[in-house]
Design a protein around this ligand. Structure first.
Ligand code: M6R
Length: 365
């Protein structure tokens, strides 16, 4: 049931501090601040030459963020692929390498077909799924559960952030096993993850501001989302979320790609959502914002207090996120991204939980 919420999507967005916390508790030892993966992994991360992450839609964007973490913390070579492309590309696959499949439902036809393909090619298969009785869960060699609880809204929200949480802990585990992270690194990173549920609750407090902003966004024909680092896949997710429930055209871009084409679209009618925690690439994002501002684009900046002070542009609106360790910021910045799509759809009067032409679980290829 929807409790006191108008839509399942709203309820599921608000449940995130709790379910992301449950998921975290499954994969770390809170007392010692160590990662503890609750199953025996049938492979050794030191022997993996390449990881392929395969999923569809929002789960694919979670995987894309996971790629950045596994590369940086685990020093692993990671490719991210769309399930419907993976199988037909005839990519060379190394026997004994690892393929990770991410799916809320565990029944997505393309992801399942890609899993079977990976098994045929001798890859280790690990799935991150929300429904543990699903086909993908059953057919993969290793299954890591997200503890999001049932997700009813067609637009994935809490499943996404729980997928991120599992990927974050897996990346720390990989870094540890490969000797890339010390015990101190591990404790610092796990500590950062333990903060996430509280930070997500703080991020939810931006809702009244985002609700007002949504009335402006609802007047737009197109919206651009920009980000660098893990904020880039989050920009892709923001654009997907907005288009699938509000039917407003949106695109996500790596901020650095702006000047290679999409900048031509920018005028005073084009809101540009910039996702930019104050991190090592912040300065670079600032120059991209200046490019937008110089062409009259309306910037909606999602950043922290430090970022707001250093932004050097006059955004239409700044949404201030809590200060946090930058590595896992995507988990927290997902919240305003989801709220913006949600409130815009509510203003537009669409069927938020059951958007047109879409199914919760896509069981055809
Ligand atoms: O059940 P899955 O996670 O495998 O579903 C994958 C996509 O169909 C799903 O994430 C879709 O993109 C959502 N509607 C996005 O909100």
């Amino acid at each position: 049931d929807k409790a006191n919420y108008r839509h399942f999507m709203a309820k599921e967005i608000h449940e995130q501090p709790e379910v992301v916390g449950h998921t975290l508790a499954r994969y770390v030892d809170m007392a010692t601040e160590r990662v503890s993966i609750p199953v025996d992994l049938p492979f050794d991360f030191r022997e993996i030459k390449r990881v392929s992450i395969i999923a569809c839609g929002t789960a694919n964007y979670a995987g894309y963020i996971g790629k950045y973490w596994l590369e940086r913390l685990g020093r692993l070579a990671v490719e991210i692929d769309i399930a419907s492309e993976f199988r037909y590309r005839e990519a060379p696959l190394g026997e004994g390498d690892l393929a990770i499949f991410i799916s809320q439902s565990g029944e997505t036809a393309d992801t399942l077909a890609a899993l079977r393909y990976a098994k045929q090619h001798g890859l280790h298969t690990l799935s991150i799924v929300n429904v543990t009785t699903s086909t993908i869960a059953r057919e993969s060699e290793t299954m890591l559960q997200t503890l999001a609880g049932p997700e009813i809204g067609v637009a994935s929200t809490k499943a996404f952030t729980c997928q991120l949480m599992v990927l974050a802990t897996l990346a720390i585990a990989a870094g540890k096993m490969r000797g890339e992270l010390s015990e101190e690194d591990e404790a610092r990173l796990v500590h950062g993850l333990i903060e996430v549920p509280r930070l997500m609750s703080e991020a939810l407090a931006t809702e009244p501001q985002i609700d007002r902003l949504a009335r402006e966004i609802a007047k737009s024909r197109d919206v651009l989302y920009l980000g660098r680092g893990t904020s880039y896949p989050l920009a892709l997710e923001g654009a997907l979320k907005l288009k699938e429930i509000s039917y407003i055209h949106a695109e996500g871009y790596a901020a650095g790609e702006l000047k290679h084409g999409p900048i031509a679209l920018i005028d005073e009618n084009m809101p540009v959502v910039v996702i930019a925690p104050y991190d090592r690439v912040f300065e670079k994002t600032v120059s991209n914002m200046q490019e937008v501002a110089a062409r009259g684009g309306n910037i909606i900046l999602m950043t922290d207090a430090k970022g707001a002070a250093e932004a050097a542009v006059e955004p239409l609106e700044t949404i201030i996120m809590p200060d946090m360790a930058a590595t896992f910021a995507a988990l927290v910045y997902a919240v305003p991204v989801q709220l913006l799509a949600y409130h815009t759809a509510v203003v537009m009067g669409t069927d938020v939980d059951q958007p047109r032409n879409l199914a919760k679980s896509v069981t055809v290829e």
